[in-house]
Each structure stands twice: as C-alpha cells, then as structure tokens.
Write a protein that binds this ligand. Structure first.
Ligand code: ATP
Ligand code: ZN
Length: 212
C-alpha cells in the first residue's frame, strides 16, 4: 500500500504542535534530532522533517503529499496547493512597525519610505491595496534591526506578543495579515492517498471537538 508523505517543520514554532496533532490522531512515529524521515508503524504514512519555507513548494511539486505550514509562508510563496484545514495553532500576525518615537497617523506615513521585510509579496499586495508607494527591502532574517541601522524606516514582520519589536525600539502600527498553521495537500492526490488524508482529517476533527 502507498504511504502518505507528510511534511512537517523539523524544528521551530510549528514543530511541537504538528507532532502532537498527529500523535493525538493515534499515528505513531519517531521524532529524533538527526532524523529527516520517519515511517509510522501503525498508519501508512511517512513523515518528512523540513524547513517550513520549503513545505509549500514540496507539497505543490508532489515531493510531499500533505504538509503543515503557517498561512503567512503559504500565501507569501503563492504555491498552488489544496488548503485542507486551519489548525488553530502557531497563531501570529504580520504587522508594520516603526520606530517608537514616530508620530504615526496612518498608512500614508509609509508613502515614499522604505520598509524591510521577509514577506515582500504580502506586503506589496497590502501597500497596493492601500495606494501607498513604498520601497520594499527584502531581508531574510533579523528584520527588526533595519530601522536602527538606517536600512529602512519601517519593518513588516511576524508579531505574536510584540516583545521583539519593543526590545528593538519599535512599535506595531498596522496589522496586515493574520496567520495560523494550515494543513495543505497536493492538488492531484491519487484516490488511495485522498482516502488516507480523509482518515487523518476525520481524526483531526474528532481530536479538535474533544479539545473544545
Ligand atoms: P525554519 O528553520 O524551519 O525555516 P523559521 O525560523 O523560519 O524556521 P519559525 O520561527 O519556527 O520559522 O516559525 C515558523 C512559523 O510559525 C512562522 O512562519 C509562523 O507561521 C509561526 N510563528 C512565527 N513566530 C511565531 C510566534 N512568535 N508565535 C506563534 N507562531 C509563530
Ligand atoms: Zn523558515
């Protein structure tokens, strides 16, 4: 029987809850620090442990059949996959932030200014919708230091509590995108694999009902 290939984040803010969810569904598999793959002994599934950024692409290409990823990464990568189910964990938002001492009056503040972000697509769309012309500076990490080093006037980054912004002298001024973990699947799964996915989703729904 064909195994369902399931991609989850190797280590990070999605990992623990992703593993917990599959285990709560009664699917047993091993998770080890150096493991990149793990077969379930009691369900026809094989787990792949990957960087979260690679998951939408792998699921779109069929390297993995299903995966769990943050909506922020999914939308940013614009991959064509099936959004199966919102999972309710790893909740966070993408927000615009500026230096604490800026007297912020609205989005038009950003007109003609530059903004550092790892999310150029989501930010670009937001600016366009709001009729704001700003320069987007792509940086892949540590976006919060950009204003302090004179690289940009604003940043657009993930916020959950605001602690990182505060400790870098920034304040959140505009939430632009709400995110949570999403279960995604390849668009052209075989009938056999769709049945396996259905079984998993059925169990996930049961687990979630039991939790609430
Ligand atoms: P990787 O090494 O896999 O590339 P990463 O450093 O890019 O990991 P994480 O920081 O682990 O990613 O975040 C993974 C996802 O978790 C984010 O894309 C987002 O959806 C969500 N997330 C990020 N920060 C938070 C947070 N502070 N609270 C809750 N969820 C978050
Ligand atoms: Zn990542």
């Amino acid at each position: 029987m064909k195994k369902l290939k399931i991609a989850i984040q190797k280590s990070g803010r999605l990992s623990d809850d992703s593993v917990k969810l599959f285990k709560a569904c009664g699917i047993k598999f091993e998770v080890g620090k150096s493991k990149l793959m793990s077969e379930s002994k009691n369900f026809p599934a094989e787990f792949l442990f990957l960087r979260d950024d690679d998951i939408p692409g792998y699921v779109a290409d069929g390297v993995a059949d299903v995966g769990i990823v943050g909506d922020n990464v999914l939308v940013e990568h614009e991959c064509h996959v099936n959004r199966v189910k919102s999972l309710g964990f790893s909740k966070c938002r993408l927000s615009l932030a500026v230096s604490r001492d800026v007297d912020y009056s609205g989005v038009s503040y950003f007109e003609g200014k530059s903004i550092a972000t790892s999310y150029p697509n989501i930010l670009g769309k937001f600016l366009k919708e709001n009729g704001v012309n700003a320069q987007i500076h792509f940086i892949s990490g540590s976006v919060e230091i950009a204003p302090g080093i004179g690289l940009a006037e604003g940043v657009c980054d993930i916020v959950s509590t605001g602690g990182t912004l505060l400790s870098n002298g920034l304040k959140e001024v505009e939430p632009i995108f709400n995110s949570e973990a999403i279960l995604i699947a390849n668009n052209s799964l075989s009938k056999e694999k769709l049945e396996l996915l259905d079984r998993i989703v059925f169990r996930m729904n049961a687990v979630q009902t039991a939790d609430t």
